[in-house]
Design a protein around this ligand. Structure first.
Ligand code: ZN
Length: 392
């Protein structure tokens, strides 16, 4: 899955990306904070309220990043490859390749994110307590409490509360949230069966999501729900988060089912045998006119005689300026054999799908004893799965 957004740079060697949806959250958070500050501190200037709000939203961003970095750094310390961290609508996603290799590792990796958030939150609130006088219980009426705080303490109190909320939200035991991963790692440890554990954790996630949706709707219609209270906006918000969780749980469950099916099928059952191939010495011009335009294929294995030389895709051609198409050959532009990612006909289809996703490519040449025997495309696997589910 490729999300739209932009890169921000590297931290500890991990690429940090921001999804466009995050800009919306940033604007909403700033606006929300500014109006809250103006309401609670009428004596503050608009400028001060807005500066605080924007600094607050940036530090909130930093808090989510710290949470994700905790997951990623421990994953890397455990020897798992971490590609990037993407911050999006509901927080962050660490793109940690491959599933963790043991229940203990998954437990530690999952729990460290929320623990980091809770520690940051705890430290900030303790600091406010130390420097701005005792706050009393957090349950005290917030208006009266916040009204006597200065700008810096207000910011720290808000940020502390947000971090604690972030930690608690992520501990909700619905897979794929961190809390759900903790549950899964425990079930996995008990049953020694990752599939089964994922299935149960997803079901639990589904149940929790529906409780949130129903509680949210009830609260929106005026029922008093414990912890949530009553109100249209908070009720709808809760229902929305429940809906989001339910989707995530369904998706992760479906992924387990699909992996289960594809695990039992070899790639030779869904590959295309004798796919159209291209010789390496023709020009890009004739490649486009004689091959690409005549088929609905995107990539072609490059074969000279019997020997597989590489693969050429439409993207490779597009990278070459139009006026050079007549002079450049397929062999000069293709991905050469040594950098090619290939599959074995006996390989299971889930492994092939994993390669396609991980390297973000559309097709895999299937090679046996150095010879090209077929081509498997992403859509061949999707089509096979659809037929499989229609027929059974
Ligand atoms: Zn997390």
């Amino acid at each position: 899955m490729r999300r739209s957004g932009f890169g921000l740079g590297k931290i500890f060697g991990i690429n940090v990306r921001i999804d466009w949806s995050w800009l919306l959250i940033f604007a909403l958070t700033s606006w929300n904070l500014a109006s809250a500050a103006q309401a609670l501190h009428p004596n503050w200037s608009d400028g001060l309220s807005w500066v605080l709000a924007i600094v607050g939203a940036s530090l909130f961003f930093g808090s989510v990043l710290a949470h994700e970095l905790a997951h990623s750094l421990i994953a890397r310390a455990q020897g798992t490859q971490v590609d990037n961290i993407t911050l999006f609508l509901f927080g962050g996603v660490s793109n940690i390749q491959e599933e963790p290799s043991s229940p203990q590792k998954e437990f530690v990796m999952a729990i460290l994110g929320p623990v980091t958030s809770l520690i940051i939150g705890g430290v900030l609130i303790t600091l406010v307590n130390l420097f701005a006088g005792p706050l009393g219980a957090l349950a005290a009426p917030p208006q009266a409490l916040v009204a006597r705080l200065g700008p810096l303490s207000t910011l720290a109190l808000w940020l502390g509360t947000v971090n604690i909320a972030l930690g608690i939200f992520n501990l909700i035991p619905g897979f794929p949230l961190d809390g759900g991963r903790v549950v899964r790692s425990i079930l996995w440890g008990l049953t020694d069966n990752l599939r089964q554990a994922t299935q149960w954790a997803s079901w639990l996630g589904q149940v929790i999501a529906w409780v949130m949706i129903l509680a949210g709707i009830a609260s929106a219609f005026g029922a008093r729900v414990p912890l949530v209270g009553r109100g249209l906006v908070s009720g709808l918000w809760l229902a929305f988060i429940g809906w989001f969780l339910s989707n995530a749980a369904t998706q992760s469950y479906r992924r387990v089912v699909i992996e289960d099916i594809l695990d039992d099928v070899s790639i030779s059952r869904m590959m295309r045998e004798n796919p159209p191939t291209v010789p390496s010495n023709i020009s890009l011009e004739s490649f486009v006119h004689d091959y690409v335009m005549r088929t609905d294929d995107y990539g072609f294995p490059v074969v000279d005689g019997e020997e597989l030389r590489g693969i050429i895709t439409l993207d490779d051609v597009r990278a070459v300026p139009r006026q050079d198409w007549a002079t450049k050959s397929v062999g000069e532009v293709m991905t050469p054999r040594e950098r090619l990612i290939t599959a074995d006909p006996e390989e299971c289809a889930s492994e092939a799908l994993d390669k396609l996703t991980r390297h973000d490519i559309r097709q895999l040449p299937v090679v046996q004893e150095g010879r090209l025997v077929g081509l498997v495309r992403r859509r061949d696997i999707v089509r096979w799965l659809r037929l499989h589910s229609e027929l059974s």
